[in-house]
Ligand binder design. Structure first.
Ligand code: HEC
Length: 104
């Protein structure tokens, strides 16, 4: 029975997949909050930190020093299981403390 259902689902899905193949969508540009400030390790931060959520989370945070950002990065790794190695965590913290450091 299961096999028959799986087969039916597959047969129904096939034309849908074919129809979808020649369509393309253009996503709207990221809102301005989602654009990270330029600076060293920006791309690394963008890649690693938007695996689970948008970078809005970074941009909308109050500015903070290295200690504060290190706390955030450590929390993402230890509490939420972000797969970020030690070297990358250090680079990301440096970037955040510079690009989103205490207001001058
Ligand atoms: C493994 C998934 C994951 C990754 C990767 C991740 N985060 Fe998070 N992040 C979360 C979760 C879950 C929350 C809590 C969301 C909520 O409360 O709605 C969160 C929340 C946040 C917040 C909001 C404040 C807080 O402490 O809850 C900030 C800031 C943040 N993340 C920054 C980062 C940064 C910087 C990185 C890259 C180093 C990162 N996140 C990578 C899962 C992740």
């Amino acid at each position: 029975m299961k096999a028959i259902i799986a087969c039916l689902v597959f047969m129904l899905a096939l034309p849908l997949a074919a129809a979808a193949a020649d369509k393309s969508i253009t996503l709207p540009a990221d809102n301005q909050h989602a654009r990270l400030e330029p600076g060293p390790h920006r791309d690394l931060t963008q890649t690693q930190c938007q695996v689970c959520h948008s970078t809005d989370y970074i941009v909308m945070q109050p500015r903070g020093d290295a200690k504060q950002w290190a706390g955030v990065v450590t929390k993402m790794i230890k509490v939420f299981g972000a797969p970020i190695n030690e070297a990358d965590a250090k680079a990301i913290t440096e970037y955040l403390a510079t690009a989103y450091g205490p207001a001058k």
